[in-house]
Write a protein that binds this ligand. Structure first.
Ligand code: 26Q
Length: 813
């Protein structure tokens, strides 16, 4: 076992051993990938003793812990994070230098594991970082997709998806454990049998797959803890191999193998309006069942009394994706462990809690009864019984109010029979939480009001957070140093200490330093984007950034209208170019491959960019950059350089947002609606340090009720008319009016997300942004106050809230 990190020499020695004995190459013959692997192995080696110790301890203490069940983990690169956590950054840098290697080249070699779509997956990654840092007994369970979120490219301004081959060269961070595989069954039928006088049900499945765990280290920050992230990979069971020999039908056997391994092959790139695809349900059950079995088999002491399971574990459901774990635990307890139904249900309903990440009804998952019956016949029976008993209780409380019964039923009838997964999660969960105050309130009062009435106290809020280790310390090292000089280094694990920066906002010297950090980050971004995409970033420009998945509700279109308005103003001669505050607009956004309107909007952004960036009349004033393939790695470069953070969703649609928090913590000011966590950001930073615009959620409701006619807005606003007309004219599509016609007519005649209704208010607020930016010193003061006052948004605080309100799993030191 390597000794703790002590010397550069020791590190060099370990590194060379790994290079020679694990990679099988000499330093002189090694390529950058060999060196990256050897460095990663060296870091791993230093973490290993603590990891083994923590795995032993989680079992030995039998303290209550969290199993975080998530179909997605958007981890980002591991090397830097693990160096930081283990205090090895400096030693490793010097050691590489001693070997004649620039560690920067090795960092660049890592392909981030993009095993998530966006906010929800990144949140899971922040949470496991915080749990490790806070010494909370916990394990993350998920899926080891062979292909993560697609790599986005642009061809003629349109999104083209490429497979994400992140495992092509292997990953040094994973530890496969085929010997600990679980067998996961599917299909078949159920039958009843007599078990010494007790009637029981037996599930006779038709096929199965092996779930092989791949473990990842999750090191806490400077605390010597190393938790585990366990991701499951699907492989064919031996049954498939046997078939090869027995039947001689080789092709069929190979087909069956492919079929099994498809389950963990690819991440579904949709992050809303689930399509009800069978493979997706297979993925959900696959990882949920494997995780439950793994916990029961490996984490409990021998002869554990299952009635006490709620004292040992809470399974946190990250959205409804793992909800099938609920009937699975029931099946295991009743059919396999032979507990009474009532006892099993009492246990189960204390062992789960559910986090809801949306407010949009169309995003709530439902699965057809037929599909569940075919794939998981026993689970369907269990769901029916849960529903029957639940509706029985509802009748006892509310009487035979059939309307209400139908509305609350876990099984929906229209348009066809389906299981409402959010209802199942709400019935089974000890607690149900939203991810920001506003969303939790709307969830309780508007989306699930009957359930709130039936289960008083079940609904709660835990506002999201982000890890300051990755999103400040690693992403913004110069800001991190400046903060540490001012308030000491403790903020990394106690983010409320950023409050100590408040007085520094009044210090001209500190403001100058802070401004210099921002300018430096812009230059660093310039370097990255030039290398990556050939883009240039001018550090005298205001950097106005909108990075997030492409969704109509997030309203990237509103941002486009603003840019086109600015552009039209100048080229029409009504606005003097020299009077315009130079701005660079940066977008980052992936669209779900099947989301046609989202893809059109991407096309429009690129089209506007290419016209604006090539028009000498706006040169030096307006620039639009849309680097393809926005991911965690790019986020870490873009966010620290931003001046203005665009959080402009229609009020009542964005559950929380987490990018909004990352920007504020890195000293960008927000222009935003009263939506999601923006509300809490504004309360904390103060109205003077936040650019609010647009309708509130009640105003949105009122406008719908009154009747919303976007064409009327268009008619009555001259600036808006010029802007839309310019898009409609074909200016951004080589004169071809048809290209963006669907966008224009959608805006004029439908506009579900009320882009036009908020347009005037947005433009007016952007004028205030321009004016505010003229006074650089005042802007910087505001930026510092944003950093100082947003310590609340550490995911460490989110974890404390989960522990206090839901989990009751204190740290174990
Ligand atoms: C479900 C079924 C089938 C296929 C795909 C899906 C699916 C996958 C991902 C549905 C939703 C997602 C992701 C949702 C998501 O990222 N939501 C965001 O979660 C963030 C963390 O709480 C919030 O900050 C955002 O407001 C919310 O949009």
């Amino acid at each position: 076992m390597p000794s703790p990190p002590s010397s550069v020499d020791g590190f060099v020695r370990e590194f060379l051993l790994n290079l020679n004995f694990d990679r099988g190459v000499a330093l002189s013959a090694s390529n950058v990938n060999d060196r990256y692997f050897a460095l990663a192995y060296t870091v791993r080696d230093y973490l290993m003793a603590r990891w083994l110790e923590d795995q032993r301890r989680q079992k030995a203490t039998q303290a209550k812990g969290v199993c975080y069940l998530s179909a997605e983990y958007l981890l980002g690169r591991q090397l830097d994070n693990n160096l930081l956590a283990s205090r090895l950054t400096d030693i490793a840098t010097e050691a590489m230098e001693a070997c004649g290697i620039d560690i920067e080249d090795l960092r660049a070699q890592e392909i981030e594991p993009g095993l998530g779509n966006g906010g929800l997956g990144r949140l899971a990654a922040c949470f496991i970082d915080s749990l490790a840092t806070m010494s909370v007994p916990s394990i993350g369970y998920g899926i080891r997709y062979e292909y993560g979120i697609f790599r986005q490219t642009f061809v003629d301004g349109q999104q083209v998806e490429q497979p994400d081959t992140w495992l092509e060269l292997g990953s040094p961070w994973e530890f496969p454990h085929p010997e600990s595989a679980q067998t996961i069954a599917f299909g078949g039928h159920t039958e009843t049998y007599d078990d010494e006088g007790v009637e029981r049900v037996r599930w006779v499945p038709a096929w199965n797959v092996k779930a092989v765990p791949y473990n990842y280290m999750v090191p806490g920050y400077h605390n010597g803890r190393v938790n585990t992230l366990r991701l499951w990979r699907a492989v064919a069971t031996n049954a498939f191999d046997l078939r090869i020999f027995n039947s001689g039908d080789y092709e069929e056997a190979v087909r069956a193998q492919t079929f099994a391994e498809n389950i963990s092959k690819v991440l579904y790139p949709e992050d809303s309006t689930p399509q009800g695809k069978e493979l997706r349900l297979q993925q959900q059950y696959f990882f949920s069942a494997a995780s439950i079995a793994d916990f029961l088999d490996n984490m409990l002491s021998e002869d554990y009394d299952l009635h006490a399971l709620p004292d040992r574990v809470i399974f946190q459901l990250n959205d409804t994706h793992p909800v099938i774990a609920v009937p699975e635990l029931m099946r295991v307890l009743v059919d396999e462990k032979k507990l009474e139904w009532d006892a099993a249900w009492t246990i189960t309903r204390q062992c789960f809690a559910y986090t809801c990440h949306t407010l949009m009804p169309e995003a709530l998952e439902v699965w057809s009864v037929d599909l569940i019956e075919r794939l998981l016949p026993r689970h369907m029976q269990i769901i029916y019984r849960i529903n029957e008993e639940f509706l029985g209780e509802v009748r006892e409380t509310f009487g035979d109010d059939e309307m209400r019964i139908r509305n609350m039923s876990i099984i929906g009838e229209h348009p066809s029979r389906s299981v409402r997964m959010a209802y199942l999660a709400t019935v089974a969960g000890a607690k149900v939480n939203g991810v920001a105050e506003l969303q939790s309130e709307l969830l309780r009062t508007k989306v699930l009001p009957d359930f709130d009435e039936f289960y008083p106290g079940k609904f709660t809020n835990v506002t999201n957070g982000v890890t300051p280790r990755r999103f400040i310390r690693l992403a913004n090292p110069s800001l991190a140093d400046l903060i540490s000089e001012a308030v000491g280094a403790g903020w990394t694990v106690d983010l409320e200490r950023l409050r100590g920066l408040e007085p520094f906002a009044e210090d001209p010297e500190f403001r100058a330093q802070f401004a210099a950090v921002k300018a430096g980050n812009k230059r660093a971004l310039d370097k990255v984007l030039f290398q990556r995409d050939g883009f240039r970033v001018d550090d005298t420009h205001m950097l106005d950034v909108m990075v997030k998945r492409l969704h109509e509700y997030k309203r990237q279109l509103l941002k486009v209208l603003h840019i086109v308005t600015e552009y039209e103003g100048i080229v029409s001669g009504r606005v003097e170019a020299s009077a315009v505050q130079p701005r660079t607009f940066i977008f980052g956004a992936k669209a779900a491959p099947g989301y046609a309107m989202a893809k059109r909007i991407i096309h429009l952004i690129n089209a506007v960019g290419s016209v604006v960036n090539n028009d000498p009349r706006v040169e030096g004033r307006l620039k639009v950059l849309f680097p393809p393939n926005y991911n965690v790695t790019l986020a870490e470069r873009v966010i620290p350089a931003a001046d203005l953070s665009e959080q402009i969703s229609l009020a009542g649609k964005e559950a929380s947002g987490t990018g909004n928090m990352k920007f504020a913590l890195n000293g960008a000011l927000t222009i935003g609606t009263d939506d999601g966590a923006n509300v809490e950001i504004r309360e904390l930073v103060g109205d003077d340090n936040f650019f609010l615009f647009g309708m509130s959620e009640p105003e949105v409701e009122a406008l719908w009720a009154k009747g919303y006619r976007p064409a009327d807005v268009y008619q009555s606003d001259e600036t808006l008319r010029r802007t839309i007309d310019l898009i409609a004219s074909g200016t951004f599509s080589d004169g071809d009016r048809s290209v963006f016609e669907p966008i224009v007519s959608n805006l004029l005649y439908e506009d579900r997300f009320m882009v036009l209704a908020d347009y005037a208010s947005y433009i007016a607020e952007q004028k205030k942004v321009d004016a505010a930016y003229q006074d650089q010193d005042a802007w910087t003061r505001s930026a510092i106050l944003n950093v100082a006052r947003t310590g609340f948004f550490s995911s460490d605080r989110s974890m404390r809230d989960y522990i206090d309100r839901i989990w009751h799993t204190p740290p174990v030191y």
